[in-house]
Design a binder for this molecule. Structure first.
Ligand code: SF4
Length: 414
């Protein structure tokens, strides 16, 4: 039985939810669902472009738009001739939302949502690792961010349901699970007993002893409590790779972003992590060209790449999101924003190259992905084998070289 075409934009949470939509709308061959993103103005523009292209390619199809852009700007999508329906982020997790309906716009107040979707979303990357949604929404209000207006306030999936889903994924053959959400470290206060993310991970480790690898998606460094720190530092099944939502390296800019940490806090947590688990790798999101950022402030962000040893850098050129406080601040010119983003990317690339080169001669435990020729080490370094290995297997590999940003490996002992 076939089903809808699903066009997914944006984050891992959207990817996970698109999998759930595929199941709910099974059999609806006439349907195209565009699961949109609103994180930047560019993401919204790309959503419109995807809708127009889909209609050109399948003129008879029924097109439903959902996701954060639909949630934050429903009327502007309803006004598009190509669109048959606009569905909110809450409604997209209800099967009835995908049947034809007289009302074009079905978008409820996302801020009123208090629970996570009944069926948990989990998506699969390359058949080797699964992304598991454990939290949705966000209680913070960073001045540049539209996400809370698309996803609502923070809410957590009950720990028991997470453990059950993790068991199912391991029984289905997945060797690695990535816990994902909008603000994962906000896990728990809305649940009885207020379990923390650290406690959730302990329950997964205990409840799913056969799970070899657990990884965290992006987290807020200032919200790492002692329990979580200990797990990251000492639990071998916890992957030594953290992606931190740092956003900037200058205290004045962090204040204007309404972030909850200072530059020194970020450096300190990385130093503590590196001391406790030397092989850990650090990734980070950094915004280039935030409003009012002068050259000296930018220099502090640039220096953060070295100070936090960032080897997985995700650099975002600032773009104003209408309705956010930062959009009303004095903006930098686009050329400056672009140049700063390029300088940050160059710094991250150089740091990454040094890190990867330092791994030559080491032995890494690699999860082999679909092709059988590539995989990722525990520290999330990309690896290529000289000869195929069984997909979804975990192999001990000796790193013999580095080519175009990918480590070259042969199976240990060969
Ligand atoms: S923590 Fe800040 S940046 Fe992250 S989703 Fe919440 S408001 Fe947005």
């Amino acid at each position: 039985m076939s089903g809808p075409d699903i066009i997914t934009m944006g984050c891992r949470l959207n990817i996970a939810e698109s999998e759930a939509i595929r199941d709910m709308a099974e059999g609806q061959d006439d349907l195209i669902v565009v699961n949109s993103c609103a994180v930047t103005a560019e993401a919204v523009r790309q959503t419109r472009q995807a809708i127009r292209r889909a209609k050109r390619e399948r003129p008879d199809a029924r097109i439903l738009v959902t996701g954060c852009a639909a949630q934050t700007e429903p009327q502007s999508f309803a006004a598009m001739a190509e669109v048959d329906g606009v569905i909110g982020n809450r409604e997209k997790m209800e099967a009835t939302s995908f049947a034809p309906a007289p009302q074009k716009v079905r978008v409820s107040d996302i801020m009123a949502v208090r629970d996570t979707a009944p069926h948990m979303a989990s998506a699969f990357a390359d058949h080797a690792r699964a992304f598991l949604e454990v939290q949705n929404g966000c209680d913070h209000r960073c001045t540049f961010c539209i996400i809370p207006y698309g996803r609502g306030n923070s809410r957590s999936v009950p720990a028991g349901a997470v453990v059950d889903k993790a068991k199912q994924l391991v029984d289905a053959g997945y060797k690695e699970i990535v816990l994902t959400g909008v603000d994962v470290t906000s896990y728990g206060p809305d649940l009885p007993g207020s379990p923390s993310l650290g406690l959730l991970i302990e329950r997964i480790m205990k409840g799913v002893p056969d799970l070899p690898r657990l990884r965290l998606s992006s987290i807020d460094s200032v919200e790492i409590d002692d329990r979580l720190f200990d797990l990251i530092a000492h639990e071998p099944r916890m992957m030594p790779h953290l992606h931190l939502s740092l956003q900037a390296g200058d205290d004045m800019i962090l204040k204007r972003m309404k972030r909850r940490h200072a530059r020194a806090d970020a450096i300190r947590i990385v130093e503590r992590l590196k001391a406790a688990r030397p092989g850990i790798s650090i990734g980070a999101d950094i915004i280039a060209g935030f409003p009012t950022e002068d050259e000296a402030m930018f220099a502090n962000s640039l220096a953060l790449v070295e100070d936090c040893n960032i080897v997985h850098g995700h650099i975002f050129p600032y773009s104003p999101r209408e309705g956010t406080p930062a959009a009303r601040m004095p903006q930098l010119d686009r050329a400056t924003v672009k140049v700063r983003a390029a300088r940050l990317r160059a710094a991250c690339t150089a740091r990454r190259e040094t890190w990867l080169r330092g791994l030559i001669g080491t032995c890494q435990s690699v999860l082999v992905e679909r092709s059988g020729l590539t995989g990722h080490a525990e520290n999330f370094a990309p690896v290529r084998f000289s000869s195929p290995r069984p997909p979804s297997s975990i192999v001990a590999a000796t790193i013999t070289g580095l080519e175009k940003g990918v480590l070259i490996a042969q199976e240990a002992g060969q």
